[in-house]
Design a protein around this ligand. Structure first.
Ligand code: ADP
Ligand code: MG
Length: 301
């Protein structure tokens, strides 16, 4: 296991920011912590990265406990904090050398700095001061500093916030590339980001993990998935309609009926056949699929 979080709670004075959180992340996984502002994402990440002590519970990174072996944990972890604080007056190369020094890379430092500049696509900007870089390039510098000591586990706190669409796509691609050979935990409040980058998603809200599943299963986690809005030319037999296979519920709506369905099957042909059998004419029928945002909203209520 790369990261083991067991029954972690964090209290800031009166505020309970994390409430009995447990999860495991295996070597090589790329996991999202998805949740709205204030959910506890940054708090969880700071605890894993040894920047903040938990109030109770335990965290181990590659077997090292964050409370008793923080130096070993920091060797194995690369951390990109929220808002990516950087020294704006420093040159990119100078800053990366400085970070390499903090990690005591010694003779390796020069080689690692060059490798990170190359890996993170910083070559054209390496001799500029950080303050002169665009937000996208600053994020690359943030990733380069997180990776400089070649950690196995990367903790990225909202790595794409504030980027324009082009920069966003580039940074996501970079994270996907890095994720091929590292364990990554990233936080985001954007569903599309999860689908674009991660294999697994943990939905966090009010300090608790509400769901934990492969990204491809997220839609399946939702209880209601599709609704069919239908208008018949006359009153339909609701009892018969409710008994159709796949129909969960039928409710009257302003311009007809809302039919809630379960399962992946498109029930429109079934509804059409029902109308024929009952001698009804369909004036209008459309299907609404719940967006991932809607699924997410339901889970984080
Ligand atoms: P997220 O990163 O998901 O937006 P945070 O972990 O930053 O959430 O915050 C979780 C909760 O803890 C929020 O209610 C926030 O106000 C509170 N919080 C975070 N940091 C502090 C702090 N230093 N002191 C007091 N409360 C805090
Ligand atoms: Mg945060």
């Amino acid at each position: 296991m790369s990261v083991i979080v067991e029954k972690v709670s964090k209290r800031y004075e009166t505020q309970l920011a994390l409430d009995d959180v447990s999860f495991h992340v295996s070597e090589g996984e790329v996991v999202a912590l998805l949740g709205p502002n204030g959910a506890g994402k940054s708090t969880m990440m700071k605890i894993i990265a040894c920047y903040l002590p938990q109030t109770s519970g335990s965290v181990r990174v590659r077997g090292y406990d964050v409370s008793t072996h923080p130096l070993e944990v920091k060797k194995h972890i690369g951390y990109l904090p929220e808002n990516n604080p950087l020294y704006l007056d420093m040159y990119v190369r100078e800053y990366l050398k400085f970070v390499a020094g903090l990690h005591k890379l010694g003779k390796e430092a020069r080689r690692r700095v060059n490798e990170m500049i190359e890996l993170c696509g910083l070559t054209p900007e390496a001799n500029k001061t950080i303050g002169k870089l665009s937000k996208g390039y600053r994020q690359r510098v943030g990733l380069a500093q997180a990776l400089i000591h070649d950690p196995g586990v990367l903790i990225l706190d909202e790595p794409t916030s504030g980027l324009d669409p082009n920069q966003l796509a580039e940074i996501r691609q970079l994270i996907r590339d890095i994720g091929k050979y590292k364990t990554v935990i990233l936080s985001t409040h954007i569903m599309q980001e999860v689908e674009a980058v991660c294999n697994r998603v943990m939905i966090i809200s009010k300090g608790r993990i509400r769901a934990d599943a492969p990204t491809t299963d997220v839609r399946k986690l939702s209880t209601t998935r599709r609704m069919i809005r239908v208008t018949f030319d006359q009153q339909a037999n609701l009892m018969a309609l409710k008994q159709l296979q796949g129909v969960v519920d039928v409710e009257p709506a302003s311009d007809g009926l809302l039919i809630h369905t379960a399962g992946d099957q498109d029930l429109r042909p079934v509804i059409f056949q029902f109308a024929v059998d009952q001698g009804l004419v369909i004036l209008r029928m459309d299907q609404q699929e719940e967006s991932l945002e809607e699924v997410f909203r339901q889970m984080t209520l």
